[in-house]
Design a protein around this ligand. Structure first.
Ligand SMILES: [Zn+2]
Length: 293
């Protein structure tokens, strides 16, 4: 069974406050909005009833009904699962569901490193490579929710298998898994991503080479998105961004090598402001956008 939590509401004369509270009493999320008590008798009730859940989810999420399209390697027991309706039934709350990388992109565009960007590509670097696209303030989802699966562009060498089952995906090399694999091949132990970056920062040759290979592959991938979408902002988040100061400049150079000069001149490539929290923040934004009135 998943971790349980409660949503607590506090209706005040000025603000309605909402927290997500863990069993141990830890405030995991806090939101406040005008309670509207001076407007009409109905407004505060509407504010209360407007409290809702947003949820980020791996895989392709159908925009119309919040269901998982087909399947994703990250959720091994699900296929075509009606995620939104299942959650809404269990919580007895309105629920909105979207792809986790889409929500990270929304958070970075609305509140984070990509504020003001016309076209924002937000890439989440964790076990895999996630990607969300925000164009003129709106998430670009594609025909049925599958836009932005950048990690599965066939830019890999094909030597490493991808969790999706297709050979040659870039994700196998341009992710934490790819970095640790090439570090191991260069004789570096332990070869977790954090260790590799830390050793590279101290000038360790093998670690530096592994980081260069990783940024080269990731750079080719980012350049693909840059040439295709002409973003003015690319944001890098997820677990690997914690060590971003070690590799961000290498990545900028790799993108400049691979993308059209016309597309990189005014392009900004920055680390995400919300780091690993971006998806959850975006989920809260989605809930407010859909149900907040
Ligand atoms: Zn793949």
């Amino acid at each position: 069974m998943g971790e349980r939590f409660a949503i607590g509401l506090d209706l005040g004369g000025t603000e309605l406050k909402a927290v997500r509270l863990s069993r141990a009493g830890q405030v995991e999320r806090f939101l406040a909005r005008p309670s509207g008590v001076r407007e009409t008798w109905e407004t505060p009730l509407a504010s209360l009833a407007g409290c809702a859940m947003g949820c980020g989810c791996p895989g392709v999420i159908r925009p119309e009904d919040g269901s998982l399209v087909d399947r994703t390697a990250h959720l091994p027991h699900w296929k075509g699962t009606p995620v939104r309706d299942e959650l809404a039934r269990r919580l007895a709350l309105p629920v909105a569901v979207d792809n986790d990388a889409n929500l990270a992109a929304l958070a970075e565009h609305r509140l984070g490193a990509a504020r003001g960007a016309r076209v924002c590509v937000a890439i989440t670097l964790g076990t895999g490579v996630g990607c969300g696209i925000v164009i003129e303030g709106r998430i670009f989802r594609g025909a049925w929710g599958g836009a932005g699966e950048l990690g599965h562009v066939p830019l890999g060498s094909g030597h490493s298998g991808c969790a999706c089952g297709v050979a040659g995906c870039a994700e196998a090399e341009a992710s934490a898994a790819g970095l640790t694999q090439s570090a191991r091949a260069l004789g570096l132990e332990p070869a977790e991503a954090g260790t590799v970056f830390a050793r590279a920062a101290t000038g360790h040759r093998g670690a530096m080479e592994a980081v260069e290979r990783f940024t080269e592959r990731l750079g080719a991938l980012v350049a693909t998105a840059v040439d295709l979408l002409n973003p003015d902002m690319v944001v890098l988040g997820g677990g690997l961004a914690r060590s971003g100061d070690v590799w961000i400049e290498l990545l900028r150079r790799a993108v400049a090598r691979h993308a059209l000069p016309s597309h990189v001149g005014a392009l900004e490539i920055e680390l995400a402001a919300f780091g690993e929290r971006a998806g959850a923040v975006g989920a809260g934004l989605l809930a407010w956008d859909r149900f907040g009135g």
